[in-house]
Design a protein. Sequence first.
Length: 371
Amino acid sequence: MAIGELARDARPGGRETELSERSRIVVSAETAYPRTAAGARVRLASTVAHLAPHGIDLRYRPTLTEDEYATISARRTSFVPKGIALARGAARAIQRRDEHDLVLVHRLRFLTPLPGVEPLPSVDVYDFDDALFVGGTLPWHRRFAWIKQEAARCRSYLSRARLVIAGNSYLAAEARRWGARVEVVPSCVDPSIQGPRKHEQRDPIHVGWIGSVTTSPYLKEVLPVFERLNAGGLRAKLVLVGAGANLQAPWIEHRTWSLEREHAELADFDIGVMPMPDTTWTRGKCGYKVLQYFACGVPAVASPVGVARGMVSDERGRLAGTQDEWLKALDELIRDAGLRQELGGAGRVFVEQEYSYQRWAPRLAELLRQL
């Protein structure tokens, strides 16, 4: 079933909503990124079914397929297959779209500028969940910054959009420098699709991290902590889902990320971690790792950076700014399954109330209807 069809048919929770076709709003949601990219999956693809009962037909239209995106993202793939993938995606971006009421662009419509096509001359809604306005921060991203022009295109959309939707208050504050109207709609999760973790004591404890190769360098901050935790024998295995294979230690277990296995991997964590340096880029992050952990009933230990300060508290996990604080927080949670159960349960309630699609879909629908 196509995603546009899903939008028309889906009714989360089995609730029937009687809306005439004339009252429905068709939103062409355009982005470069397929569902395997977390931002597009969370803010577009997974939102489709939750907006449908509110009369919003969100039609998710990535210009790159999953295979094309994987080819372009692979660091060791030659330029020929990358060029072919880009050409196919560019042709898709240039094609005329069918009728719609509103155009929403998430991040960027394509990975490179296309005159008259990307960025669009005008756009109804611009949605973003990263500090794109500062440009790429990783070395292999900076090499191609002159081609991609991400920062300039992001600022262009911020100034042209009738409505800007930011993933958090930090991004919103920056967006107001360019955009006339800015609203915050956080990245969300759906706790109802997965049962909460039942915590029991096991040996070793699985301390989990889920992400991508681009964010895996942030883990280096906590590697010495695991050396200390496991100095007298294996107590805590660091399970990395989607990280680069360059991180190696006897207590590290690498697992390949896949969309199909994501929930099962999260359900295997006893503790979730989100270490990050404090930079202009990381302050714009929307804390999706923490939300994923909480949705599964898993407590989190995170760096006190950006939105993590408001998400993680002593009732749901621990903030850790130094290696000693990381060691203390992890040691406490490793020792006590009951505490993990208590904090993980509180985290799940927190995301149900504050960061779920059920909480935010009505608000997003309202914002789109106002246009």
